[in-house]
Design a protein around this ligand. Structure first.
Ligand SMILES: Cc1cc2nc3c(=O)[nH]c(=O)nc-3n(C[C@H](O)[C@H](O)[C@H](O)COP(=O)(O)OP(=O)(O)OC[C@H]3O[C@@H](n4cnc5c(N)ncnc54)[C@H](O)[C@@H]3O)c2cc1C
Length: 311
């Protein structure tokens, strides 16, 4: 477990950071429930949103030199933050790291750009290859880390290369092969690298046909997923030869509830926050699902969502 900082220490660290990174947007004891789509999670000691690459570089160096634990997040849509929160510095990659450039059929985009915006930009330029991404609520950075995908598309299909920042503030380009993409996996998972931007190779297409495809994906998603309630998307990875939702339903767990956490009635692969759910509620429900699916079908469900912080 990471060292717990006293209130005074947190204030001193925040002051140091403000000096090191002028104009930095920074919150002490930031409730992570306000920065995750689950609306769950205890406080981050310090949450900072760098407004550009130089601010990010200074943040990384400050954390490294001070031995302050560092966690990088995007839009927090694949995250469960435990109830006692996150020690050290949480860096949110978003606005300021979200620029785009289009050259022929290649889009270069910053990791902080919402994936859905990138999908709409590609369509507006008549570029095919990202329609599937229109309803995924995360950032491009999170999508690279997770190799996000839907409707038979995934990041792996379009990423040419990714620029990253190392803990010492230096930068490097990783090729698609370096990134080792597989189902909901990339080499960025567990690496101490911050995704900065990606170059995506698309194909010329017809704008109205791409937009019609996106509208169809939106319609299917709205019909099958509990978009009206807070969640972090599919909780579990898809096991070979099985669909998670139907398996959980067959185990009799659709609608099962612990505290404020409930197996969605609409899509049993989602856990939703019915109001006031704690990370403890969600984790207990995950364990119950895993145990009952194992007992009934001898199937091991593995989490897709990323769990961070202290319980
Ligand atoms: C309603 C709903 C529907 C969803 N549907 C889909 C779907 O169809 N397909 C799908 O694949 N996912 C889906 N998701 C999950 C989620 O949107 C994706 O995994 C998304 O790519 C996560 O992006 P994020 O910015 O929110 O990342 P976060 O949740 O903030 O972070 C995810 C991981 O990436 C790391 N990370 C984030 N940004 C960076 C960065 N710049 N550099 C280094 N590490 C970083 C974090 O440390 C963490 O480990 C859904 C979620 C919701 C709530």
């Amino acid at each position: 477990m990471a060292q717990a900082y006293s209130r005074e220490r947190r204030a001193v660290l925040a002051e140091q950071l403000r000096e090191k990174v002028p104009g930095l947007e920074l919150v002490v004891d930031a409730p992570m429930s306000e920065h995750t789509s689950f609306h769950i999670g205890g406080p981050a000691d310090i949450l900072a949103a760098p407004a550009g690459e130089e601010a990010l570089r200074r943040l990384l160096l400050w954390a490294r030199d001070g031995g302050v634990p560092l966690t990088v997040i995007g839009r927090g849509t694949n995250l469960l933050v435990r109830d006692r929160g996150v020690r050290g510095l949480v860096v949110r990659v978003g606005q300021g790291l979200d620029g785009t450039e289009v050259s022929d059929s290649v889009i270069s985009a910053g990791a902080g750009l919402p994936l859905a915006e990138l999908s709409r930009l590609a369509a507006a330029r008549g570029l095919a290859g990202l329609a599937w991404a229109c309803g995924i609520p995360g950032s491009l950075g999170g999508a690279l880390v997770m190799n996000a995908g839907a409707y038979d598309g995934e990041m792996k299909d379009v990423v040419k290369r990714v620029e990253v920042m190392r803990p010492d503030g230096t930068r490097a380009w990783l090729s698609a092969a370096d990134l080792d993409f597989a189902y909901r996996h990339s080499a960025l998972q567990g690496a101490d690298l911050v995704a900065l931007r990606a170059e995506l190779g698309l194909k010329p297409g017809d704008r109205s046909a791409i937009e019609a495809e996106m509208a169809e994906f939106d319609r299917r998603r709205a019909g099958s997923q509990p978009l009206e309630l807070p969640s972090a998307g599919s909780v579990f990875r898809r096991p070979p030869n099985h669909f998670v939702g139907p398996t959980i339903t067959q185990a009799g767990l659709r609608g099962a509830r612990i505290g404020g956490a409930q197996v969605s009635e609409k899509h049993a692969g989602f856990i939703v926050n019915r109001g006031g759910a704690t990370a403890g509620d969600v984790l207990e429900l995950i364990e119950r699902i895993r145990a009952e699916v194992k007992a009934k079908f001898n199937l091991d469900l593995v989490q897709e969502i990323r769990i961070i912080g202290e319980g």
